[in-house]
Design a protein around this ligand. Structure first.
Ligand SMILES: Nc1ncnc2c1ncn2[C@@H]1O[C@H](COP(=O)(O)OP(=O)(O)OP(=O)(O)O)[C@@H](O)[C@H]1O
Length: 383
């Protein structure tokens, strides 16, 4: 556990970067520091490895005041990852990753072998080990930065906006990678970001900082979205926090309809019977292996030759799908909103259709989720 007790940082020019910060950062979890620009996040982070010294208060790691530790020794037990990776330009990738073990006197062959293991761990191709940083993409450089920080196997990892210089797609894949790594490694991660979505995805706990280096709220992401402590936090989280909260509710609890699914071997007449029996304006057509093919409108069926098979008919694209066992209500809502039929297609892990859910049914499910815990999930929450 990393503990801040009444920690302040006043710069000589009078700037109060951090003001009486009390914060507990639990071992083996990811704590994300978010807040507006200049709110003291980086300063707080850099005080943990003594790159910045507090002007007041105490920081301790597992009960030991860090002032009693030699800064160089302390930093060896703390990995540090920064924006744009900060790699050494004239060292190959493998040697960049091996930097700390080499400094610690690990024999070169052993340090490089460890670096190669880490390359695999963070998803870098072995062929890249002899390249130089400028020969890698921004996302790959960040992976090298993470691997380098992990090389001495430190229990603590400080990450200062590590993914903010890459495009949104690469950023999402780096976040996925970090989540996967953390499941395996259980490091104590302190992660600074401006991006509340990143914080919600990565954090076990989120600390929201306000200008002047004060802690506005510390809470798990779901609680932060449901119960922002004050107007500042509410404003910082953004107006769509209700929809974001849906990421915490699993889609597998939705009740899906399978009575409006027909295979493409069915005739127009047979499909018409299904439409009439269910009263549904849209049917989902799948192949015989239950992979989705597209939607057909009930009213379109009436204009077809009754004996013709659906396989010969132009269908409307099935749009976005969601994966029932692993996706959240947010993904299901997204799929329904984007669907040409106003209905979301839910598939299993193998891509075969489990069932569909209409926007209306999804709305009812979202409403009941909100009612169950007293915080309407996607409707006006005046919390
Ligand atoms: N060496 C310094 N001397 C004087 N003021 C400083 C110094 N370093 C940081 N500050 C000030 O301390 C405050 C907090 O800075 P810090 O970098 O911790 O904020 P931050 O929340 O990480 O900001 P950002 O999100 O923009 O990186 C800012 O007002 C900054 O200008």
């Amino acid at each position: 556990m990393i503990t801040f007790e009444g920690v302040s940082k006043h710069y000589p020019d009078g700037t109060v970067a951090v003001d009486h910060l009390d914060l507990e950062i639990p071992t083996g979890r990811t704590t994300v520091l978010v807040g507006s620009s200049g709110s003291g996040k980086t300063t707080a982070l850099r005080m943990i490895n003594r790159m910045v010294e507090p002007t007041g208060g105490t920081i301790s790691i597992d009960g030991e005041d860090i002032r009693g530790k030699d800064p160089a020794t302390l930093r060896r037990s703390i990995g540090y990852v920064i924006q744009q990776a900060g790699l050494f330009p004239h060292r190959t990738i493998v040697d960049n990753i091996a930097t700390v073990p080499l400094l610690l006197g690990t024999p070169k062959a052993q340090a490089r072998a460890r670096a190669r293991e880490l390359m695999e761990l963070v998803g870098l191709e072995p062929a890249q080990e002899k390249r130089y940083p400028h020969q890698l993409s921004g996302g790959q450089q960040q992976r090298v930065g993470v691997a380098r920080a992990l090389a001495a196997d430190p229990p603590i990892l400080l990450m200062d906006e590590p993914f903010s210089a890459v495009d949104p797609l690469v950023r999402t894949s780096l976040q996925d990678e970090l989540l996967r790594l953390q499941q395996e490694l259980h490091k104590t991660i302190v992660f600074v970001t401006h991006d509340i979505d990143e914080a919600v995805r990565l954090g076990d706990a989120i600390a929201v900082f306000r200008t002047g280096g004060r802690l506005a709220q510390l809470a798990p992401p779901e609680k932060l979205l449901a119960e922002p402590a004050d107007a500042f936090v509410e404003d910082f989280i953004g107006y769509d926090r209700g929809v974001r909260r849906l990421s915490f509710f699993p889609a597998r609890d939705l009740s899906l309809r399978s009575d409006i699914i027909v295979t493409d071997t069915a005739t127009a007449a047979e499909a018409g019977d299904v439409a009439a029996a269910t009263g549904e304006p849209w049917l989902l057509v799948t192949d015989t292996g239950r992979l989705p093919l597209g939607w057909i409108a009930a009213e379109h069926l009436a204009s077809l030759d009754p004996g013709s098979a659906l396989s010969g008919v132009d269908l409307i694209g099935y749009g976005h799908i969601f994966t029932v066992p692993t996706d959240s209500l947010r993904a299901a809502l997204d799929a329904a909103v984007l669907s040409p039929a106003g209905r979301a297609v839910g598939v299993g892990a193998d891509g075969t259709v489990i069932g569909v859910v209409s926007q209306a049914d999804l709305g009812a499910a979202i409403w009941s989720v909100g009612e169950a815990d007293g915080h309407p999930a996607a409707v006006g929450d005046n919390g």
